[in-house]
Design a protein around this ligand. Structure first.
Ligand code: MGD
Ligand code: MGD
Ligand code: MO
Length: 701
């Protein structure tokens, strides 16, 4: 492997090598890493001090990346199931035996049930293009397998943003320090986007107030100047009332509105109805504070609104993001560094994905929504028409623990007539259901190239060490399977470095100058966008009209309100009174600081607590006679899970927080928060509604 390590990398002593890489995880920060290797073993990983966003530090989790890589439970050999599904009983087999058998089983399933009976299931285990959207996609596309709609995280908000602004990018993180008002809206920055925090602190040092809008007083909210404890799923109502105040008090930028927006008069008429007094009972915030917030926003010159994905995991999540995204076009904040809204920066990372994935192949195959895996596996027509799902190939994901409505997902995975292949680092709950469990390399062991969704840098990942045991990169596993299944050989001819070159081979202007050579030399490169990047300072929106679309014909075509509005959650007392009579509490199961979804849950130093926790307001606890530290059951009609109760006023009354996402097998009852979440979908993008859930909490015994 030494030959793969860049000889130009500096080494402090002759026997140490430093290898540049990228953090692979599903997080806006996509850190640039430096791994120190001695005699073939990684001995240290740290953040690149020269990277403008990484700034030399890694998060609480990735600091433990070596512990995870060399963990005694790493899967090192291919395994074949010998016990009942779900029990995780396997024997070691050779790669050839495993791959030959998988290829022949898949071939048989395609012959008997059609290619659409094969379903890939992957998400954000690694975000690298090579290991998550290249040979794997070619393989399934060439096969004609069902297409997976990857909706589990961000599709509602992403679509909402696109309806308003036309593209998935916005304000520049590095300009945040120049803003004069920072609003962290539905995001736990210190946990889920920690490399934005230094910019927040700089803005505050320059005098900007920092506000946090969240039903939970998270560790982020605690550090802010003010916590606005909004009721879950009601953010659009707050944004509409803020707009009401902006127009009422003449705080709008008429020039910006006239030049760069569509439907300003209609919006103005719409928000005339949205007085702070109307929004107050909906949002649970005082009308006076809502009015002040509108004034604060309107008087600022460059407010930075960091929306993240928390607030769009509700029935009206798409509309909520679309509505908030209108704010800076009313005030013209897009004109100035630090002003605007940021949900994602991913839209400018237009790699040559068509070359990597070959979506032209198998283009007519049906689509299956990953947020409804339970339905897909348990309904005879997969819930969408066509054949039942007969084969499931899981990689970069842990659906047994992360997918909603877990009881139905597990029921599906337990089917004896379902052939399941799982590519993994560890024996997760999903892996327990595999017919074949294949050992995959980690980021220290393979090549990749990365986009980001919280900044504007492309990052290259070089392997630092040899693959452990018999592990192979996902790309190589799919290459070898493809070759065994009489699919066109040329699809499986490119090695990982060639795939990286193909990904970079694009005429998209933001990639001008972002070359393979530059990446191998420096490790990372800023997209070819100005600094600071003010994408909408002069309009230039990506919508059909080229303007910020307050009125959207695309929304109308989808049967939705063409204007911003408030779409209530599906499960709230006012929308589901009968349900709320039995299950009065809203459950939010957002990330625990030390986990990355379910990744790192098996690292002892990060799991710490023995059991999942549930945080409840003292009044709610008192009403139920539940003392702090009690073992409680969180339940609704879909299922239940057990947790230890923490009683704190850090959550709103009526809201409970279960920091997630626990591995079922590490909980005494084998469950986690997805026992109670639903397969309902968001208004836009077919997204999951993880935080739109009513439950009751009772004593466990
Ligand atoms: N440490 C850590 N970092 C992570 C992750 C992790 O698991 N752990 N996951 C990564 C991934 S995949 C993602 S998508 C991002 C997720 O990170 P974020 O985009 O920040 O989203 P969440 O953590 O889901 O939720 C953020 C906050 O939204 C709040 N919230 C929930 N509902 C509402 C609402 O209706 N309105 C408002 N205003 N707030 C609401 C929650 O209480 C929570 O504090 O983080 C990434 N980073
Ligand atoms: N209740 C509840 N559920 C949620 C959420 C929530 O907030 N609450 N958040 C949702 C969100 S935002 C998301 S993004 C999803 C995340 O769901 P997933 O994308 O499934 O994320 P992880 O749970 O981290 O599982 C990723 C798995 O991929 C494996 N992996 C990592 N790298 C590789 C690799 O190179 N090769 C292979 N073969 N495997 C690899 C890891 O070992 C890990 O087991 O969960 C969703 N589920
Ligand atoms: Mo996510």
């Amino acid at each position: 492997m030494a030959s793969l390590i860049d000889p130009t990398e500096t080494a402090t002593t002759p026997d140490l090598t430093r290898v540049r890489g990228a953090c692979p995880h599903d997080c806006p920060d996509t850190c640039s890493t430096i791994t120190t290797v001695r005699e073939g073993r990684a001995i240290e990983i740290r953040g690149d001090p020269d990277h403008p966003v990484t700034q030399g530090f890694l998060c609480a989790k990735v600091n433990r990346y070596l512990e995870r890589t060399y963990h005694r439970d790493r899967l090192l050999h291919p395994l074949k199931r010998v016990g009942p599904k779900g029990t995780g009983t396997f024997v070691e087999v050779g790669w050839d035996e495993a791959l030959d058998d998988i290829a022949s089983r898949l071939t048989g399933i395609v012959a008997n049930h059609g290619a659409e009976s094969v379903l890939p299931y992957s998400y954000g285990g690694t975000m690298g293009l090579v290991q998550s959207e290249s040979v794997d996609r070619r393989f399934f596309n060439a096969l004609g397998a069902s297409r997976l709609l990857r909706t589990i995280c961000s599709s509602a908000g992403g679509e909402g943003l696109v309806m308003t602004n036309g593209v998935r990018f916005g304000a520049d993180s590095e300009a945040l320090s120049q803003s004069d008002l920072v609003i962290l809206w539905g995001t736990n920055t210190l946990t889920s986007n920690p490399h934005l925090w230094p910019f927040v602190l700089e803005a505050r040092k320059n005098g900007a107030p920092v506000l946090c809008i969240d039903p939970i007083r998270t560790r982020t909210a605690e550090q802010c100047d003010e916590w606005l404890p909004i009721r879950p799923g009601t953010d659009a109502a707050l944004a509409l009332a803020m707009m009401h105040v902006l127009f009422e008090e003449g705080l709008q930028d008429d020039d910006y509105l006239a030049r760069y927006t569509l439907g300003a008069d209609a919006l103005r008429a719409r928000v005339a109805e949205w007085t702070p007094e109307r929004a107050a009972p909906i949002t649970g915030l005082p009308a006076t504070r809502i009015r002040q917030l509108g004034q604060q926003y309107g008087r600022a010159k460059a407010a930075f609104v960091r929306i993240n994905y928390g607030l769009q995991r509700h029935a009206g999540g798409g509309m909520a993001v679309r509505t908030i995204a209108c704010l800076p076009s009313i005030t013209g904040h897009w004109r100035r560094p630090g002003g605007g809204v940021q949900l994602s920066t991913s839209g400018n990372f237009q790699f040559n994905r068509a070359a990597l994935q070959r979506p032209d192949l198998g283009a007519t195959a049906r689509s299956v929504n990953m947020s409804q895996l339970g339905h897909a596996l348990t309904r005879p027509d997969a819930g969408v028409g066509g054949p039942p799902v007969k084969a499931l190939v899981v990689y970069n994901s842990n659906p047994a623990d992360v997918a909603p409505d877990r009881r139905m997902v597990l029921q599906g995975l337990a089917r004896d007539d379902l052939f399941t292949v799982v590519l993994e680092h560890f024996q997760t709950n999903t892996a327990d259901y595999a017919d074949y469990l294949l050992p995959a390399t980690t980021q220290l062991e393979h090549w990749d190239v990365h986009f980001a969704y919280g900044h504007n840098y492309v990052t290259l990942n070089r392997p630092a060490i040899e693959p452990l045991g018999e592990c192979k990169p996902n790309s190589e596993i799919f290459r070898q399977l493809g070759r065994r299944m009489s699919l066109p050989a040329e699809l499986f001819a490119d090695d990982d470095m060639e795939l990286i070159r193909q990904a970079l081979d694009t005429a998209y202007p933001a990639f001008t100058g972002v070359s393979f050579d530059l990446l191998t030399e420096r490790g990372w490169a800023r997209l070819n966008v100005p600094s600071p990047y003010l994408p909408f300072a002069k309009g230039e929106f990506g919508t059909p009209s080229g303007k910020c679309e307050f009125v959207s014909s695309r929304m109308e075509a989808l049967g939705l309100d063409p204007l911003p509005t408030y779409t209530p959650p599906r499960e709230l007392p006012e929308t589901a009174p009968e349900l709320a009579a039995r299950y009065p509490l809203s459950l939010i199961s957002s990330p625990r600081h030390y986990f990355l979804n379910t990744t790192f849950v098996n690292i002892e130093s990060l799991r710490k607590q023995a059991e999942p926790e549930c945080v409840m307001h003292p009044h709610d606890a008192e009403r139920r006679g539940l003392p702090a530290g009690a073992r409680v059951v969180i339940h609704n009609d879909r299922g239940h899970f057990t947790a230890t109760l923490r009683v704190e006023d850090s959550v709103r009354e009526g809201v409970v927080w279960a920091p997630s996402i626990w591995w079922g097998k590490f909980a005494a009852d084998g469950q986690n928060a997805n026992a109670v979440t639903s397969q309902e979908l968001t208004d836009l993008g077919g997204g999951a509604v993880f935080y739109d859930v009513l439950v009751e909490v009772s004593a466990a015994d």
